[in-house]
Design a binder for this molecule. Structure first.
Ligand SMILES: [Zn+2]
Length: 321
């Protein structure tokens, strides 16, 4: 098995959203990657600039990054050629690692645009080193920039940031500060492709929580009626946990609930509803064991939301009078 630490640079429509090509919002212009063996030792590098085909000039944000380096797009090959060589270089037993959650999604989008068959399995699990950095060194929730994570670990900054290869290189140095087990215990799901039916639904179990990714639904009402979506199996033992507070909305696309397992205590359920490209929606549910204090926070949150709703209703009815 090899770790492929991937970083892409992409361009977007220089004229803004109104004129963009909706089947390729982000066009890859550089692929950088390093290969590490199972013990996280560097064994190889890949770097190639890609000649853009969709957006001929650079968005100002891309310019800011690219201006620092002399990049010659004229001599560069186009995406299908570079992608084929890159995927062959990755090999059969590749495990992908990225800084953040965007790169593999954009790689698949670019492959689809050129109708290149996807080499990736379903579901596509990968390692988001930005997230794992937060799990291991910080609070699990915060996300640092690559440069500030390198600073945190006192990694010498001998090469500039923001080229695909240098960012893959720094990401690999951050990985080398971790134990392989810390990486392997914290996979992420790539959401470019999500389950099409019940059989494909994804159930994953981690040290402190479980994750479920659902099949598609017409809308959130249908999603929130689905038995599997709203069920609350305990993340430790899998037994059905009794709900103490039923699912309630937090914002427009998130729901929370509080459940109780006889053996493992309080559980926090969270559902995020996301839209797919075909406008159907799917649910991502996580269930984790929490303390009595955290359970109290969920109760408070629910009460505050109830109160806000009541005040809004009162305000609106008074306005009408
Ligand atoms: Zn349990």
């Amino acid at each position: 098995m090899n770790y492929i630490v991937l970083d892409l640079e992409w361009n977007q429509c220089p004229a803004g959203k109104a004129e963009e090509n909706t089947s390729l919002r982000f066009e890859i212009i550089e692929i950088g990657a390093v290969k590490l063996d199972e013990s996280l030792t560097l064994t190889d590098r890949f770097r190639e600039v890609v000649r853009p085909q969709v957006y001929q000039s650079l968005h100002y944000k891309t310019k800011e990054i690219i201006a620092l380096r002399a990049i010659d797009f004229e001599d560069a090959r186009i995406f299908p050629e570079v992608a084929r060589d890159f995927l062959a270089w990755c090999g059969e037993d590749a495990v992908f690692c990225t800084w953040g959650s965007a790169d593999l999604t954009e790689l698949q989008q670019n492959l689809a645009y050129y109708e290149i068959p996807s080499p990736f399995p379903f579901p596509l699990l990968y390692y988001d080193i930005q997230k794992i950095f937060s799990i291991v060194y910080e609070d699990r929730k915060s996300r640092r920039s690559l440069e500030s994570a390198a600073d945190f670990l006192n990694i010498p900054k001998s090469i500039p940031f923001h080229s695909a290869l240098s960012d893959a290189h720094y990401t690999s140095l951050i990985m080398q500060s971790l134990m392989p087990e810390q990486i392997l215990a914290n996979s992420s799901v790539d959401y470019y492709r999500t389950p099409e039916n019940r059989r494909q639904e994804i159930h994953l179990s981690y040290e402190t929580y479980t994750k479920f990714v659902s099949r598609p639904f017409r809308d959130k009402i249908q999603a929130m009626r689905d038995r599997t979506v709203i069920s609350t199996p305990c993340c430790k033992c899998g037994k059905t946990a009794q709900k103490r507070i039923r699912w309630f909305p937090v914002g427009s696309n998130n729901y929370l609930c509080l459940a109780w397992c006889e053996e493992h205590g309080y559980l926090k359920g969270k559902i995020r509803l996301r839209h797919r490209r075909d406008n159907l929606c799917y649910a991502i549910k996580t269930i984790k064991a929490i303390s009595a204090e955290d359970a109290y926070v969920i109760r408070e949150k629910k009460e505050v939301l109830k109160l806000k709703r009541r005040l809004r209703r009162k305000f609106n009815s008074e306005k009408r009078l």
